[in-house]
Design a binder for this molecule. Structure first.
Ligand code: GLU
Length: 504
């Protein structure tokens, strides 16, 4: 039968070398003398996970993924676990894992399980790597970085897409004797995947993007680095299988390598992946009319610590993440202004594939709404936790709360001290003799209406509005403040009188 892979895709270089079962077994033993057999497969279950790398502080993108995975796990009645992907030692920072844990904790993200760190799972990876070599699906490569660079340049010169493939996959056909000889001369090796099927494309059903397919990955990609540690591809496939993940919900930056992951899964487990893939759009910012990814270097808010330091309530951040990632969330919120977000039905179908734009003004707007819905005691607790303990300020924050039309003037707690600085120190104000009549007749009222009636009675030649505004400016230094009568009560009679007197 005629095969349709001809010159450009010569079959001879894509078929595994015809080594006997015995040779492959010996090769596996030679490379992994201490590795055992892979553990048996765990039972299936519904499980979501987040798998961040400990490369700094918690990124807003990772927080969003974690929060959304938690919601989806709950919606599917599954578990949600955390796995630390620390196989890239070059990018790891000290305390990175603790930073991530602290970050998730600060935002109230709960995990049902902790699957540990990948760096502690080398034995399992080696067991599977040995199995792959024994089955002719992987082989050692002794090429140096210089060899690889030379080959790359050659392919580029020939206008080919560079890769370790076809005639350039020079270590692919190394037999047992050659391998032994290279090992005994101390040459370092990595393990490469033997791409062995000349299939045109790899397809899968993506829960966010629908039917997807990519060209079959002909590159004999690395599955164990020279230090014996797997890169993301191999660790992902082994771990998500052994941890019984049912949904791999991850960023779209992993889309291009999905073919690799599926091919690896087929070789390892003779089957399609046991999970659904869902590739999330990456959150961007607008810069000079273009969209770009959020950058740790350029955007202060890339690290979630910033939101905590600014005093954004956790609920506001969650509200914003929901708005970014479910297209119908805002409509739901309008229809259900006071319901907890947990009543919202977060669905894959409503995620959308366009990169959402992260916009701090929008966050501030939503946060004002969220704070306006909080009770007095919730606000007191959060503000105190933020470090604001001045009694007068805490009282002022209660003005116009728990009402039909609550105040919407605060987006984050860091705005509070400046907003109410006049409660702590008397403001510098100019002369304002209108207030004399107010001062001369001053009385304290415990009922606002009575106070207002009294103010009206003082206004014989001036407008009530002008007098109250003059009093406001004289005692607070501000054109606008929360309810004046309340502010006066907080300041107390003596202080109000002192401040008014200074304006005469
Ligand atoms: N460590 C990967 C990342 O941080 C995990 C991707 C995944 O969820 O599989 O992007």
């Amino acid at each position: 039968m005629k095969k349709n892979n001809t010159d450009k895709n010569p079959e001879k270089t894509l078929t595994p070398p015809p080594f006997s079962e015995k040779t492959l077994k010996d090769l596996a033993e030679l490379l992994f003398p201490n590795a055992g057999v892979p553990p048996s497969l765990p039972a299936k279950r519904i499980a979501f996970r987040i798998a961040p790398s400990p490369t700094g502080s918690l990124h807003i993108g990772s927080l969003a993924m974690a929060f959304v995975n938690r919601l989806l796990a709950d919606a599917h009645k599954g578990v949600f676990f955390l796995r630390i992907e620390d196989t890239d030692k070059k990018r790891e920072v000290e305390g990175g894992t603790e930073n991530l844990m602290r970050g998730f904790d600060q935002f109230g993200i709960k995990f049902d399980e902790f699957a540990g760190k990948q760096s502690e799972r080398t034995e399992i990876y080696h067991a599977f790597a040995k199995q792959l070599v024994g089955q002719g699906h992987a082989y050692p490569c002794f090429c140096t970085p210089e060899d690889l660079e030379k080959s790359r340049e050659e392919q580029i010169a020939k206008k080919e897409t560079p890769g370790y493939k076809h005639e350039y996959a020079v270590c692919r056909g190394l037999g047992l004797d050659d391998t032994k000889q290279k090992l005994s001369s101390g040459m370092k090796w990595c393990l490469r995947f033997m791409s062995d099927v000349t299939q045109a494309r790899v397809s899968w059903q993506d829960l966010i993007r629908g039917e997807m397919s990519l060209p079959y990955q002909e590159n004999n990609f690395v599955i164990l680095k020279k230090d014996g540690i797997p890169p993301y591809n191999f660790a992902h496939v082994v771990d998500d299988t052994m941890m019984s993940t049912s949904h791999v919900v991850r960023g779209e930056e992993w889309l291009p390598s999905t073919a690799e992951h599926i091919q690896l899964h087929r070789a390892l487990f003779s089957d399609e992946p046991s999970w659904h893939y869902a590739h999330f759009p990456v959150t961007c910012v607008q810069e000079n009319g273009n969209k770009r990814k959020i950058s740790k270097r350029k955007d202060v808010f890339a690290a979630t610590d910033w939101f905590i330091a600014q005093g954004y309530p956790v609920a506001s951040i969650k509200e914003y993440i929901l708005t970014l990632f479910n297209t119908n969330y805002e409509m739901w919120r309008i229809a259900n202004p006071t319901n907890p977000y947990t009543e919202f039905d977060f669905k894959f179908e409503n995620i959308g594939t366009n990169s959402p734009l992260f916009d701090l003004q929008k966050l501030d707007y939503l946060s004002r709404e969220v704070i306006s819905r909080m009770t007095k005691s919730e606000i007191r607790e959060l503000v105190t936790e933020f470090g604001i303990t001045d009694d007068k300020i805490l009282l002022a924050l209660e003005i116009d709360r728990e009402t039909q039309k609550p105040r919407k003037d605060i987006a984050k707690w860091s705005e509070v001290p400046e907003m109410f600085d006049y409660l702590v120190t008397a403001p510098k104000t100019g002369k304002n003799p209108i207030v004399k009549v107010y001062l001369d007749n001053y009385k304290t009222f415990s009922i606002r209406e009575e106070w207002f009636a009294w103010v009206k009675s003082l206004c014989i030649e001036i407008k009530v509005k002008d007098l109250t505004q003059a009093v406001r400016v004289s005692i607070t230094g501000r054109e606008s403040t929360p309810d004046l009568w309340e502010i006066q009560n907080i300041l107390g009679e003596d202080e109000v009188k002192t401040r008014l007197r200074r304006c005469l």
